[in-house]
Design a binder for this molecule. Structure first.
Ligand code: HH2
Length: 283
């Protein structure tokens, strides 16, 4: 049975139609104070724009998870994320924080984050306990699958059956959180497109989404601008909008209930057409 609602902090989010999660990156190239200030300002501006375009959730990240990206020290991640989080919470939309560090999870939950999103699936030291503590305050948890780590994940990823293996991992993590007392209505699962997966694995996962969705939990799908879209279209990241929207629609068709995207307005328009079609089919 599909859960009809997701509890995320003070928000009860209906899942009757797919929700759009807009990506807000705070990953400055400059480490000067001026650069940092400008970067936070730009991220807040971006968040406002995404809400205006119809984002249902914002996802703030202070460390790039692109293959081979360098890890960001704790203090630097807090300096990047916290001012942006504070401003985003004030926009009146649920805000997710994309982090694997327990200290950032704790600070984000205290600052009003409605969701914690961990590409490691809360597996690193202290993350599980920090996530459980946040969940006790009502914060939702997005559990993502990744094979290996961001430095090495794209070096010949291998699976016997990617849908079965990713599904087993996600069900195991869900069971661990439920055993620790976290209600199902606060959990989201995510196959982690591009995280230790080839183009073929990503396509198999996209096709296999209904099987991942089977345990009745909301599924988040993040394909926006990823290298698989680049491989299929021959386009650089800033020209992947059409391919990304197509992928988001396929994910929606296959049961994804949260779509993590950079291009909110375009995704929203595509979903409006898809939703109208869906409703017509039913009448
Ligand atoms: N993908 C990225 C980062 N965080 N979180 C979840 N739950 N699912 C994802 O698929 C996911 C994620 C990577 O996105 P990327 O293409 O590197 O873009 P950005 O750096 O804008 O986050």
């Amino acid at each position: 049975m599909l859960m009809q609602e997701l509890q995320a902090g003070p928000y009860t989010l209906p899942l009757a139609r797919p929700l759009i999660m807009g990506v807000v990156n705070v990953t400055p190239d400059s480490f000067s104070d001026g650069g940092r200030f400008l970067e936070a300002g730009a991220a807040i501006e971006q968040a406002r724009r995404l809400v205006g375009e119809g984002a249902d959730i914002l996802d703030i990240g202070g460390e790039s998870s692109r293959p081979g990206a360098a890890p960001v020290p704790l203090e630097e991640e807090l300096r990047r994320v916290m001012p942006v989080l504070e401003a985003c919470v004030a926009l009146g939309k649920p805000v997710s924080v994309d982090t694997y560090k327990p200290e950032v999870m704790q600070a984000a939950a205290a600052e009003g984050a409605a969701m914690l999103n961990d590409i490691w699936g809360f597996r690193l030291d202290g993350a599980f306990a920090a996530a459980c503590a946040a969940a006790a305050r009502g914060v939702a948890l997005c559990i993502m699958h990744m094979q290996r780590d961001p430095q090495n994940m794209q070096r010949e990823p291998q699976y016997t059956d990617v849908v079965v293996e990713v599904g087993e991992f996600l069900r195991g993590r869900v069971a661990a959180f439920e055993a620790a007392g976290v209600p199902r209505r606060q959990l989201v699962i995510d196959p982690g497109f591009g995280f230790g997966k080839t183009v073929k694995h990503n396509l198999q996962l996209l096709r296999g989404l209904p099987r991942l969705a089977a345990p009745g939990l909301p599924v988040l799908a993040g394909l926006s601008r990823k290298s698989t879209i680049g491989a299929l279209t021959g386009r650089p990241p800033d020209e992947r909008m059409a391919g990304s929207v197509a992928a988001a629609l396929i994910a929606a068709q296959n049961g994804a209930t949260i779509l993590r995207v950079h291009d909110v307005a375009a995704t929203r328009d595509a979903l409006a057409v898809w939703t109208a079609y869906q409703q017509t089919e039913k009448t």
